[in-house]
Design a protein around this ligand. Structure first.
Ligand code: NAD
Ligand code: UDP
Ligand code: UDP
Length: 336
């Protein structure tokens, strides 16, 4: 005989539970470089609803065009220096210009974004009981006297220099995070991000990897700022996003360094880009800007041990992926 079992009819309680199983995630600065890659990854999980707030200072809707109109996605034009009322379970707080050209353009606005923006997001986290992750920066170590940099190093930062709006701003943001944690029991996560690169970086934002790749494609000389022996460590954006999500989902507040420990001088970086993209391009020396850190390389022992994370993409593999994106946006095909 045929089964007379009735079709499943979920009780209102069960549907409410199912609904609650959805995770509502706020990403501030989600229209930017790292933020938009983070949104891509979060949207792949069907249990996530993602809300982006961004004032489009350095980001663009174009970075999120694949999600506009999606039922689990919302985009709000909003400046985080103003209060924000939304109901969410997690907050990835990225909003802040990251490139020196942009953060020095309006330094007062940069420090307001770091201080008032982070305060508002913490007030929001407190009201709704959300966990909040701050993307801090290796710049909190300043021109470091400890190499490679471990999280317990307090840094060597100029409090009144032209970069201070950014690095001191992030240091205050970290302080606010820990004070809300200690005083109000807010669940916090702090990532100290080291130089990150990849597709969707602003082409003319002045950062070294985007500069060299755009210059090599345009057949313009690669501008190594003096002395050229200063070092940086470059993390590909997919590795970065993976580290941020592991930190958010894990049990440790941080701060935790997230970056690629492969260390290069700017001359070595120029030579690598030249070899991969345009062997005929010139490399020239130009003036540097004040307070440029001489060396920077993360110690990622904590990320390895506490998050089970380490970067997978080497610079030599990441540069061609970024070249492809830049060629498309610049409309310059690779010569056969
Ligand atoms: P980005 O400039 O591409 O993105 C920042 C986003 O924040 C942009 O979309 C911008 O429009 C938005 N924004 C800026 N001020 C805002 C405000 N007041 N209100 C609302 N939105 C605002 O930079 P990114 O490289 O994606 O960096 C993201 C985060 O990671 C930043 O917090 C940055 O400090 C941090 N970080 C980045 C790097 C790196 O190498 N890219 C290194 C260390 C730390
Ligand atoms: N805030 C916000 N959204 C909220 C709750 C608070 O933007 O949902 C802002 C609020 O306007 C304040 C900041 O967060 O400027 C800090 O809030 P908190 O409640 O911690 O401090 P208070 O309002 O008591 O100064
Ligand atoms: N730099 C360079 N040529 C450029 C742009 C930057 O040599 O066209 C150098 C700069 O002097 C610094 C390093 O690259 O030592 C990284 O600079 P960037 O602005 O990318 O990031 P930072 O780590 O300083 O925030």
């Amino acid at each position: 005989g045929q089964s007379t079992k009735p079709p499943p009819n979920p009780s209102p309680l069960r549907s409410a539970k199912f609904f609650q199983a959805n995770m509502r995630i706020l990403v501030t600065g989600g229209a930017g470089f790292i933020g938009s890659h983070l949104v891509d990854r979060l949207m792949q999980n069907e249990k996530n609803e993602v809300i982006v707030v961004d004032n489009y200072f350095t980001g663009s809707k174009d970075n999120l065009k694949q999600w506009i109109g999606h039922p689990r996605f919302e985009l709000i034009r909003h400046d985080v220096t103003e209060p924000l009322l939304v109901e969410v379970d997690q907050i990835y707080h990225l909003a802040c210009p990251a490139s020196p050209i942009f953060y020095k353009y309006n330094p007062v606005k940069t420090i307001k974004t770091n201080v008032m923006g982070t305060l508002n997001m913490l007030g929001l986290a407190k009201r709704v009981g959300a966990r909040i992750l701050l993307t801090s920066t290796s710049e909190v170590y300043g021109d470091p006297l400890v190499h490679p940099q471990t999280e317990d190093y307090w840094g060597n930062v100029n409090p009144i220099g032209v970069r201070s709006c950014y690095d001191e701003g992030k240091r205050v943001a970290e302080t606010l995070m820990f004070d809300y944690h200690r005083q109000h029991g807010i669940e916090i996560r702090i990532a100290r991000i080291f130089n990150t690169y990849g597709p969707r970086m602003n082409i003319d934002d002045g950062r070294v990897v985007s500069n060299f790749i755009a210059q090599a494609i345009r057949d313009e000389p690669l501008t190594v700022q003096l002395p050229g022996t200063q070092t940086r460590s470059f993390c590909y954006v997919s590795d970065m996003v993976d580290g941020l999500i592991r930190l958010m989902e894990g049990e440790n507040t941080g701060p935790i360094n997230i970056g690629n420990p492969g260390e290069f001088t700017m001359v070595e970086l120029a030579e690598t880009v030249k070899e991969i993209i345009n062997p005929n391009v010139k490399i020239i020396s130009v003036e540097n800007t004040p307070d440029d850190p001489r060396q920077r390389k993360p110690d990622i022992t904590k990320a390895r041990e506490l998050l089970g994370w380490e970067p997978k993409i080497k610079l030599r593999d990441g540069v061609p992926l970024m070249e492809e994106d830049f060629r498309q946006r610049l409309g310059v095909a690779k010569k056969a």
